[in-house]
Design a protein around this ligand. Structure first.
Ligand code: HT7
Ligand code: ZN
Length: 848
């Protein structure tokens, strides 16, 4: 397969002024007629052939300005020789036939339970019609849909409809990846919003019959997002309608098609009976994310797919700001950093490491990664920290003014900041072009009333990038007095050298340093801190992130000693966590997070980074031992805590109530280690919401109990595909390491294990790789099972198979036997006949 390189970018030969599409929908023989109004692109080399992308299309006809022409067809598109192209603007008309019913890859036009829908990002439009399927070709689309189905939707505004047809017109030029079409027997949950410019917008969430009762939360989230983007970024919505559609078969969370967002049902439907607090928060964040793309992604799009972080990093950053504003900034930051470390640091430290802006790819779908999204957002957070809030706001205004309607690059983005602030950003740009997580060491010195912090940065080699120069790292620092008062409030130190010192003068006593507050840069902080100092910060740090981080680091150190030398849990940690658990002055959500012990995969990564070979079985045992020790330490007060966290009255998914429920579940989980699950069983029986019923079920399964509750849960939710996914997943996640493979085998034999549905596949097979000790069981069964399933899925849905193969990326961390088994599984995948470009690129990169 061909490698595509950023360095080879060339503008497209033609401009597409306008596109008229007509769809005559049929499950096996949909006809698509396209009229492309084209002209030579003055910015491109003159005299080029016309090349259109197209895959799996049956060409019926092709004409230029009404005269039939014979294009040259190949497996990836169509070419019209320059000789047949008029010198003046022309209209190219094609008609093709496609079969959406047989499209299991869920890219292009496909069917999900009788409903037609599309997924065009990144390169799905070429499976619908012949077109220059690249983001820098922006055109106005007019769409006619012909079908007997009652609801026919596309992008833009509705401009006409009748029996068996509807027409849509999108006034905003867009690239083909933002095209969407939906047709089905759908029900609407309506809403409305008036923009700050006075535009009345009708909003609708479209769902299959029966799901109407699960849309209210999504609608509220949409309105909140629209209001927030006006208030915080000055961005108003720009069409008369905004439609969201819920689809059961979907490869990712959601898609920001202009005016017609398409969502995985799981990412939009929520009700108290069927969705947990985490589901509610996720729905809110994903609705916001897709809505925010209207400006960061749609109005200003990417010149090419290497610039993906331009829209994704910025939009993630914006959705994180939104969730923080609506909920709690401290809690949101901790959750985001947990995710960043679990997914992005893992990626950055392994064979799949790539820059936030990659410079080559084989299959672009493989680059919708934690690095592009989450590290992309971190990079923007750092930029904001470096230039300050006011200049960030001015730079964003300039970005929207300067690039509206364009397909832009990271260079354009950085230039906006340079022009706004006068700051030179070439060193900062390394964050976009170099992979790997910098290691930032810090040492302290105290002499003559001067406190000195000395930083050292190491930028580790990553695939294809052996050497790197120093980056600019914003390090937020505060200093505390031994009595806990802040003597130096948070300030941002700019570390730009490989080794650099900063002195603080005029201090009466040696302070305690709180470093990398708010996780001000995505680095691995290497700092030797005495346990007592960590315990002090856990008790006193005024920065909530670092307060949590102190407990986290302490817990990791304690766990590491338990794993490596069989040490006992330290009193510093247990006392510190007890203080936090019962501190009623603290947000319950924060307390719940503090009680969450470091995950097994996190510990494996930590041990590997410290030069050890992690043993998954020992990690599993030590973590459980620490959990038990914590339960015993908090013991007598746990029932009262559990009771105090019961939320009276009707269920509300707001952050305060959700925080209390999270703390209640944390205490029930500890209590279960002492009372055999009695309190969790009672909580399960009494629960009137999914958070508590599913949470207590998971707690029971985790201690090896809960069989009758599991059966009860299945009986109750048999007919509910989204809730049943939880039932599938929890059995795999909670299974003991030596039972996981059996549990997976049993579940995958069930008639309702519809493996072609990505949600169901992920529920079981994703949970398998998420069960660290089970997946890495010494028998190698976990590896073999995952490889078998990826090989089975790949011919049907290469995108999802490739994404899930990343479970193998951590192979270099483990012992020789496990490494051999994981590499063996990857080699077996590589040898599978007819392997997709998606999965073969991933397996090949992981093998190195
Ligand atoms: N921009 C979208 C990314 C995407 C996607 C979504 C659904 C299915 C396949 C997809 N490929 C790429 C989603 C987002 O980031 O908002
Ligand atoms: Zn996005």
């Amino acid at each position: 397969p061909r490698t595509i390189r950023l360095a080879d970018y060339q503008p497209y030969s033609h401009l597409v002024e306008r596109v008229e599409l007509t769809f005559r929908l049929h499950p096996t023989a949909t006809r698509v007629r396209a009229a492309l109004h084209m002209a030579a692109n003055p910015a491109a080399r003159a005299g080029q052939d016309l090349r259109l992308d197209g895959e799996g299309l049956r060409l019926i006809s092709c004409a230029i300005d009404g005269r039939a022409v014979q294009p040259i067809l190949d497996a990836t598109g169509l070419t019209l020789a320059v000789g047949v192209l008029p010198a003046q603007p022309f209209v190219l008309e094609t008609e093709v036939e496609i079969a959406p019913e047989g499209n299991t890859a869920l890219e292009g036009l496909y069917m999900s339970k009788g409903m037609y829908c599309t997924q065009c990002e990144a390169e799905g439009f070429r499976k619908i019609t012949y077109y220059p399927d690249r983001p820098d070709v922006m055109a106005r689309f007019h769409v006619r849909i012909e079908s007997d189905l009652p609801v026919l939707l596309s992008n833009g505004n509705p401009v006409g409809q009748g029996a068996g047809w509807a027409e849509w017109d999108d006034p905003w030029p867009k690239p083909s990846y933002l095209f969407a079409l939906v047709a089905g027997d759908l029900r609407a949950h309506p809403g409305d919003f008036t923009t700050m410019e006075g535009r009345a917008v009708s909003l609708n969430i479209w769902v299959r019959p029966g799901d109407e009762g699960r849309c209210a939360w999504g609608m509220e989230a949409l309105k909140a997002s629209m209001a927030w983007d006006e208030r915080v970024y000055g961005r108003a919505y720009d069409l008369d309608v905004f439609n969201i559609v819920a689809v059961d078969d979907f490869n990712m969370g959601a898609m920001e098609n202009k005016g017609l967002n398409i969502f995985n049902s799981k990412a939009v439907l929520a009700s108290p009976e069927t969705a947990t607090d985490d589901d509610f928060a996720r729905v809110e964040a994903i609705i916001a994310h897709e809505y925010f793309h209207n400006w960061t992604g749609n109005r200003i799009t990417c010149r090419d797919w290497f610039q993906l972080c331009l829209k994704e990093g910025l939009t993630v950053f914006r959705d994180q700001q939104f969730s923080g504003d609506l909920r709690s900034h401290a809690v949101k930051r901790i959750e985001d950093v947990l995710m960043l470390r679990a997914r992005q640091f893992r990626e950055d430290g392994g064979p799949l490491a790539h820059p936030v802006r990659p410079d080559s790819f084989v299959e672009i779908n493989n680059f919708y990664t934690a690095t592009v999204y989450e590290k992309g957002a971190e990079v923007i957070g750092m930029l904001k920290r470096l230039v300050g809030d006011a200049d960030y706001a001015r730079a964003l205004d300039l970005y929207f003014d300067r690039h509206d309607g364009q397909a832009a690059t990271i260079e354009d983005w950085l230039k906006v900041f340079e022009d706004t602030t006068g700051r030179e950003l070439s060193q900062f740009k390394r964050w976009y072009t170099e992979a790997g997580t910098p290691r930032l060491s810090v040492t302290e010195d105290w002499a003559d009333g001067v406190f000195t912090l000395t930083f050292g940065q190491v930028n580790p080699p990553t695939p294809g990038q052996p050497q790197k120069a120093a980056k600019v790292i914003p390090v937020a620092v505060g200093l505390l007095n031994p009595n806990g008062d802040e003597v130096v409030p948070t300030m941002v130190l700019e570390v730009t050298e490989e080794r650099q010192s900063f002195a603080f003068k005029g201090l009466a006593t040696r302070p305690v340093a709180s470093i990398l507050r708010g996780f001000s840069a995505p680095v691995l902080l290497e700092r030797v801190v005495p346990a007592a100092e960590r315990a002090f910060l856990l008790a006193h740090d005024t920065d909530p992130f670092n307060r949590w981080e102190a407990g986290r680091s302490l817990a990791k150190e304690v766990l590491a000693r338990m794993i490596l030398d069989g040490a006992a849990p330290s009193a510093d940690l247990l006392d510190g966590l007890r203080r936090i658990a019962f501190d009623e002055g603290l947000d319950p959500a924060f307390r719940a997070l503090a009680l969450r012990l470091p995950g097994e995969d996190d510990m494996a990564a930590t041990l590997h980074a410290a030069g050890h070979v992690p043993d998954p079985a020992r990690i599993y045992a030590a973590r459980r031992a620490l959990h038990l020790a914590l339960a015993e330490h908090l013991g007598p007060r746990l029932p009262a805590l559990e009771e105090a966290c019961r939320v009276p009255g009707a269920f509300s998914p707001d952050a305060a109530a959700a925080g209390k429920r999270a703390l209640r579940l944390a205490s029930l989980s500890l209590l279960a280690r002492l009372d055999g699950g009695a309190a969790a069983r009672a909580a399960y029986r009494a629960a009137d919401n999914m958070t508590e019923s599913f949470g207590s079920l998971a707690i029971l399964l985790d201690i090896g109990a809960g069989e009758s509750e599991l059966a009860d849960f299945a009986a109750k939710w048999q007919q509910d595909r989204l809730v049943l996914e939880k039932w599938f997943a929890v059995q795999v996640s909670a299974a003991a390491p030596d039972k996981v493979a059996d549990v997976v085998r049993k579940l995958t034999q069930r008639a309702d294990f519809d493996w072609k549905n990505p949600n169901r596949f992920r529920a079981v097979i994703g949970a398998l790789s998420g069960n660290h000790a089970g997946f890495h069981h010494a028998s190698g069964e976990g590896y073999a099972l995952l490889a078998d399933w990826l090989i089975t899925l790949d011919p049907k849905n290469p995108q999802t198979a490739a994404r899930m193969s990343t479970a193998f990326e951590s192979w270099p961390r483990y012992d020789a036997d496990r490494q051999a088994m994981m590499r063996g599984a990857l080699q077996r995948i590589m040898a599978a006949p007819g392997l997709s470009r998606d999965l073969s690129e991933m397996a090949g990169r992981m093998l190195g």
